[in-house]
Design a protein around this ligand. Structure first.
Ligand code: SF4
Ligand code: SF4
Ligand code: F3S
Length: 375
């Protein structure tokens, strides 16, 4: 094992290969507070990339209801249990990563799901933690809760899929950090499926090779955001490029959200893969659950997010979500607008910080009808 530096853990860790960071790193930010689980992203990805035979249970993008939804069944609780009990009085990063906890002779601690674990892609949808007593009012955080967790491949800096493949057919592109499988060389060993803790590599039983999210690289190469991002109804997603904290550029919206405002956090950073999909945690969910999922930055992220009305810059960055198909490399707030710029510095989008609000007369004299007010 080589020693690599994982900024999400703030320390060096073991990895099967020498670490080489790509020239730039594909990344996503998902705002869980805005997701409505309409599954438009899931369908957009599926119809674009995985409509063929053998791909029936393949969801490169899925949206699951936490805490009881999973795809495949139990993916996170299974690997958390293997990793061992975590003491929340200590940082979640204090324990071993999946690479450091690997059984002798294996590159990573993992498991291969059963076929039946893929049988119910939306198991647990809308299940909450329990019933509300009659007459009770919701408190913050809510005493009974659920939230929607959208998931894609994290295009990890230290991918366990890549580290697991005995044929070394998985690679991380130096130009954008997107992780791909060379299907011409894949022999279907499924060590990648076993090794990825997020279970974001899928085996195709017809072609007998594995497949995974390709980060919509044809779009990204053309300066456009991924399909799941541009089709998102809730505008919960922003797709771009992130750098490491020591090289963070506060004008880059991804760097700003993750490294400067620190409102967006990685999924299960304690696994040690340095995943590059970042989540704004749901403000109504009790912190202990979220800390296990997103790390110890959760309370600060939630407090910052709740103060967004007082922070024009943060509001501006959030208003850019879902505003344009183009990848935004820089942004700024000017007056009451947020402006996003493309790679060449041209203005790609300008959005108002406050959406127009109209109150319509309850009785419309012209049409002689009553109307409800909508914004
Ligand atoms: Fe590989 Fe899984 Fe990381 Fe994607 S999420 S790069 S499939 S280890
Ligand atoms: Fe699918 Fe592209 Fe989204 Fe990956 S980035 S989940 S390939 S739509
Ligand atoms: Fe390697 Fe996974 Fe194929 S382990 S051979 S990429 S199924």
């Amino acid at each position: 094992m080589a020693k690599v530096f994982n900024w999400q853990l703030g320390r060096e860790m073991d990895y099967p290969y020498e670490g080489t960071r790509p020239k730039r790193q594909f990344a996503m930010v998902f705002d869980t507070n805005k997701c409505i689980a309409c599954q438009t992203c899931t369908v957009a990805c599926k119809t674009t990339w995985t409509p063929g035979r053998g791909q029936e249970y393949m969801y490169w993008n899925n949206v699951e209801t936490k805490p009881y939804g999973y795809y495949p069944l139990g993916w996170d609780v299974n690997i958390l249990e293997k990793l061992g009990v975590q003491d929340q009085s200590k940082p979640v990063y204090a324990g071993k990563t999946l690479f450091e906890a690997a059984p002798p002779g294996e590159p990573v601690l993992g498991y291969l799901p059963d076929d039946a674990d893929y049988a119910n892609p939306n198991v647990g949808e809308d299940d909450s933690t329990g019933l509300m007593p009659q007459g009770a009012y919701l408190t913050m955080p809510h005493m009974q809760w659920m939230f929607y967790l959208a998931r894609i491949c994290n295009h990890c800096t230290y991918p366990a899929c890549l580290g697991s493949c005995p044929r070394q057919v998985i690679y991380k592109r130096p130009e954008d950090g997107i992780v791909l499988i060379d299907q011409t060389r894949c022999r279907g060993y499924r060590e990648c499926v076993k090794g990825c803790p997020y279970k974001k590599v899928y085996f195709n039983p017809i072609t007998r090779v594995s497949e995974k999210c390709i980060g919509c690289y044809p779009a990204v190469e053309g300066g456009r955001q991924s399909q799941c991002t541009v089709t998102c109804i809730g505008k919960i997603r922003l797709n771009g490029f992130i750098t490491t904290p020591d090289r963070a550029d506060e004008h880059n919206p991804m760097d700003y959200l993750v490294h400067v405002a620190k409102v967006a956090l990685p999924l299960y950073p304690q696994f040690g893969l340095e995943p590059n999909v970042y989540y704004i945690p749901p403000i109504h969910v009790p912190p202990p659950y979220l800390i296990q999922m997103f790390g110890h930055g959760v309370p600060q992220a939630i407090e910052t997010y709740k103060r967004v009305r007082d922070d024009k810059r943060l509001l501006g960055a959030l208003m850019l979500f879902g505003s344009t198909p183009e990848i935004l490399h820089r942004f700024r707030v000017s007056g009451d607008h947020a402006i996003g710029y493309d790679e060449k510095g041209g203005e790609a989008i300008r959005v108002p910080l406050t959406e127009p609000f109209q109150i319509r007369a309850f009785f419309d004299e012209a049409r002689k009808v009553y109307r409800h007010n909508v914004t």
